[in-house]
Design a protein. Structure first.
Length: 84
């Protein structure tokens, strides 16, 4: 699956992830993956600086109900890592 967040999903903040322990806010544009493994690509705000084409790879605790951005983003993450 490769899906772009819709304007409605963005308005509802389904594309935003705050990684509290690192103080990183990611605003996704594209979500790629399947099953429980995904990569979120977008912009990140780190210490007031904005980074474009920022990627976070993550695995979900369980498979989403559907392969849509909203369904994937509703499921809790098991782990994540930043893609360099």
């Amino acid at each position: 699956m490769k899906a772009y967040f819709t304007e409605e999903e963005k308005a509802a903040d389904w594309n935003k992830v705050l990684i509290e322990e690192d103080d990183v806010l990611v605003e996704g544009e594209v979500l790629e993956g399947s099953g429980k493994h995904y990569i979120l690509t977008g912009k990140a705000t780190i210490e007031g600086e904005i980074y474009h084409d920022f990627q976070v790879e993550f695995e979900l605790l369980e498979e989403p109900e559907a392969e849509t951005c909203q369904a994937v983003m509703q499921v809790e993450w098991d782990w994540y890592d930043y893609v360099c």
